[in-house]
Design a protein. Structure first.
Length: 149
């Protein structure tokens, strides 16, 4: 009977520790912020793969309009929808920012024939982030940027 009480006490303590850790992870907004930034970086890699496929078929990158890729039947593609030009589907679903109040920013440079895609980061301590003056688009002023150059 004495062993049974020790066992029950041990289970209760371990349950309390597990519950505390689980709840802390769930309510910790920094954890969510880091996950969203990770998702943004992964999304830009997916978009780059679509752009590489587009380049392979068209020998150039698509133009940009209002921060979006012009490659959906001559129109600007919408984040969250398929990317196809009527003949080829480049992405089943264009990735979109995890926060509905933000979007990715695509730009094509006519002179250099290159592109950049930017995501606004939430974690201001992210070392891969680059400061931007475009705080109208990215209120935090820190972006993650990838491109063809």
């Amino acid at each position: 009977m004495f062993m049974n009480k020790k066992y029950i006490f041990l289970i209760a303590v371990l349950s309390l520790i597990f519950t505390t850790v689980f709840v802390w992870k769930k309510i910790n907004p920094k954890n969510d912020m880091l996950l969203r930034d990770r998702q943004r970086k992964d999304d830009l890699v997916i978009i780059q793969k679509g752009l590489a496929e587009y380049y392979k078929n068209n020998y150039s990158y698509p133009k940009s309009s209002v921060g979006r890729i012009v490659g959906c039947g001559g129109e600007a593609c919408i984040w969250g929808y398929p990317w196809d030009d009527g003949n080829i589907r480049y992405l089943e679903k264009m990735p979109y920012d995890p926060l509905s109040s933000q979007s990715y920013l695509y730009s094509y440079d006519e002179q250099t024939k290159s592109y950049t895609i930017e995501a606004c980061l939430e974690n201001l301590k992210d070392r891969s982030g680059i400061k931007t003056d475009n705080t109208r688009w990215c209120k935090n002023g820190l972006v993650y940027k990838v491109g063809s150059r």
